[in-house]
Design a protein around this ligand. Structure first.
Ligand code: FAD
Length: 464
């Protein structure tokens, strides 16, 4: 047994590069015992969704390989986390536990309890910053409160990017870990019994190597045109780093260091700023996973969903081409383009006027990048219930959005093959040309529902 051993508690930091918790543990003179503890129950009601668990399986598999290549290993366990950490410390002789901080309310609550209990048990407990560019508690407005608007928040954060420090290289080797009873990856039961996830892997390479490959592709092929192409679902104009970032397979600081100096990087850095801002809002307003950030919506009269319409939205059978393309892209690939996320969310929350949580829950289960911070804020922003959100009168018209951002219908035709032969003129509104056999008529009248939504939101404005 080593007296200088410490547990490296891995969670959403499944990487070795720029791993501040690992670096600090090593510089404090400990030998790391890398551990992943599976404990979805603790994250209720937002325990990881089915698609996210598939990614997790493959990411853990890659990380285990990478650790073994350095001479170490990854120990897999099932929770409860506190009991498991205490038990492992006793078995291995570890004197400390290191981890990276996270911001989902249930995790914050659990981690502070664990930190206190570990210290009570005589162990050193160190939580490090590593998931965001700036700790949410370190950025406050002039009155000492949280920023409720993105632009001034971003101005402050952008001004600090030069002070992030250099990313830390991955260690070249690590000491072996002691022989302890762990679980085989399959025993965590992360993969579905029926392999509906098979389509995912045509599009994705989970793990740290995949994350760096995605970053390199983006830097070489797409960054220079990002400002123009980021809104085009028909092009590969974005980085597709979101699931890698969610699981911490690459650090956001590494991305800034690699791309920040490139001409034209600013619009991209700003999106990373939105990512940080989502964690920031979650940290300062933890109730926003379920409650509107804007209190005027607390009693808003959402429409009780019609099951058939909700089902049509989920399955990409609404009869509105760009919405169906997005929902089918999501189902098949586990991801959807940001512009299309806004369009499908606007249809659900504004034209249909269903509570945004109906959409957020579906995304939660089907997105590989499902992230409580970005998903909650993305839905609240589109529904208009957030602060600094799309105003109530901004109701995306899916036809004009499609014509503007998918002008040749390439995206729609790719995901909705029923429309393959429809002319460019009608591909975003086939009903205007009499419809297409085998493709549904729209489940909602876009013009009338828009007018009804405006009336409902205006009434709310008067009450507010
Ligand atoms: C209704 C809705 C739900 C969303 N749910 C999620 C979610 O669960 N998980 C998630 O990671 N993103 C979510 N987003 C934000 C955004 O759509 C995705 O981050 C983006 O599409 C990921 O693709 P990318 O990596 O190619 O993005 P890029 O354009 O390449 O952006 C780079 C990175 O910046 C971050 N980012 C970009 N846009 C946003 C944004 N608007 N908000 C927060 N971070 C952003 C992501 O980490 C992304 O990987 C949601 C947006 C909406 C409108």
């Amino acid at each position: 047994m080593s007296a200088k051993r410490a547990i490296l508690w891995l969670r959403r930091d499944l990487r070795l590069d720029d791993h501040r918790a690992l670096a600090q543990l090593l510089s404090d003179g400990y030998e790391p015992l890398p551990v992943y503890i599976h404990e979805p129950e603790e994250e209720q009601p937002w325990a990881p969704g089915a698609a996210s668990l598939c990614w997790l399986h493959h990411s853990l598999s890659r990380l285990g390989d990478d650790l073994r290549a350095l001479g170490s290993d990854l120990l897999l366990q099932r929770g409860p986390s506190l009991d498991t950490l205490l038990h492992l410390a006793e078995q291995s002789g570890a004197k400390a536990v290191y981890w990276h901080r996270l911001y989902a309310p249930a995790i914050v609550e659990r981690d502070s309890r664990i930190k206190a209990e570990l210290r009570k048990a005589g162990l050193r407990a160190e939580s490090c910053s590593g998931h965001v560019l700036a700790e949410p508690d370190h950025l406050l407005n002039n009155s000492g409160g949280p920023y409720r608007v993105f632009t001034p928040y971003w101005r402050t954060l952008a001004g600090r990017l030069d002070d992030l420090g250099e990313p830390l290289p991955a260690p070249k080797s690590l000491p072996a870990i002691p022989k302890l009873a762990g679980l085989a990856l399959e025993e965590l039961g992360l993969l579905p019994k029926i392999s509906w996830d098979s389509g995912f892997y045509d599009h994705w390479q989970p793990g740290e190597t995949g994350a760096h490959a995605a970053l390199q592709r983006f830097a070489e092929c797409a960054l220079k045109d990002y400002a123009d192409d980021r809104d085009r679902p028909d092009r590969q104009g974005t980085s597709a780093l979101s699931p890698h970032l969610h699981f911490g397979e690459i650090s956001v600081r590494r991305i800034v260091a690699e791309l920040g100096a490139n001409p034209g990087a600013e619009p991209y850095l700003r999106e990373l700023g939105w990512r940080d801002y989502s964690y920031y809002l979650l940290r300062h307003f933890p109730e926003t996973t379920d409650q509107p950030l804007n209190q005027r919506f607390a009693d808003f009269d959402w429409v009780e969903p019609d099951f058939n319409k909700l089902d049509a939205w989920q399955r990409g059978q609404t009869g509105i081409p760009i919405v169906d393309a997005g929902m089918r892209q999501l189902w098949h690939s586990g991801w959807m383009h940001n512009r299309v996320r806004m369009i499908v969310a606007s249809l659900l929350t504004k034209n249909l006027r269903y509570h945004w949580l109906h959409g957020a829950r579906w995304f939660w289960d089907t997105l590989l990048d499902a992230d409580l911070a970005s998903n909650s804020q993305g839905w609240q922003w589109t529904a208009g219930t957030g602060v600094d959100a799309a105003p109530y009168f901004r109701i995306f018209n899916p036809v004009t959005q499609g014509e503007r951002f998918d002008p040749d219908g390439t995206y729609v035709r790719r995901w909705v093959p029923e429309l393959a032969k429809v002319s460019n003129r009608y591909v975003h509104q086939p009903w205007s040309d009499g419809g297409v056999s085998g493709y549904p008529q729209p489940i909602v009248d876009l013009k009338r529902s828009r007018a009804e939504a405006l009336d409902a939101f205006k009434a709310l404005k008067k009450e507010g």
